[in-house]
Write a protein that binds this ligand. Structure first.
Ligand code: MN3
Length: 204
């Protein structure tokens, strides 16, 4: 069975960029709902209950038809939210680490990366996510709809932003772009770097 991962910081830790009430509802209610619905979907499927969520999402075609879409949606919700909350932190800083060096090279500087990532996140129609991933061609920006996860396309997530309205509407209302700007103040680049180093080992 899948369980809610505790926030690695307090609900109000990311203020003023992401407010306490949004974090409480987002983490304690929305994320919990994906956990509950995934567990419900996998009732009676013991084999899948014991797998890691990323392994389920990487192999959706191995699931029986009855549960495939449910795992894609609710399981995606579990993986995406667990990931999102884990790459945020208060007092974000931008160290001179490997992933930021790779970003500077790939996107001709950090500001260019931020611009491209923000444009992508802004342009997602409806609900979805923008991601920085490691794929066949190195670092890539991709977007997914609903709760899809790039793992299902064989890519390794390094950074994501939730642009479902529940992620920002209480604080930013319709101004998604302000939320995206704020997000850049609370990225845990040390964590992203850890994921990047681990991902490179997998790719080799
Ligand atoms: Mn969300």
């Amino acid at each position: 069975m899948f369980v809610l991962e505790k926030l690695p910081y307090k609900h109000n830790a990311l203020e003023p960029y992401i407010d306490e009430q949004t974090m409480k509802i987002h983490h304690d209610k929305h994320y919990q709902a994906y956990i509950n619905n995934l567990n419900l979907a996998l009732e009676g499927y013991q084999k899948f209950q014991n797998q890691k969520i990323n392994d389920l999402l990487a192999n959706l075609n191995k699931l029986t038809k009855e549960i495939r879409l449910k795992v894609r949606n609710h399981g995606g919700g579990v993986a995406n939210h667990s990931f999102y909350f884990s790459i945020l932190k208060k007092n974000s800083r931008k160290p001179d680490n490997e992933v930021l060096k790779a970003i500077n090279t790939k996107f001709s500087g950090f500001e260019e990366f931020k611009l491209k990532f923000s444009k992508l996140a802004t342009s997602i129609f409806g609900s979805g996510w923008a991601w920085l991933v490691l794929g066949d061609k190195g670092l890539e920006l991709v977007s997914t709809s609903n709760q899809d996860n790039p793992i299902s396309q064989g890519k390794i997530p390094l950074l994501n932003i939730d642009v479902w309205e529940h992620a920002y509407y209480l604080q930013y209302q319709n101004k998604r772009v302000d939320y995206i700007n704020a997000f850049f103040h609370v990225i845990n680049w040390d964590k992203v770097n850890d994921l990047f180093l681990k991902a490179q080992k997998v790719e080799k």
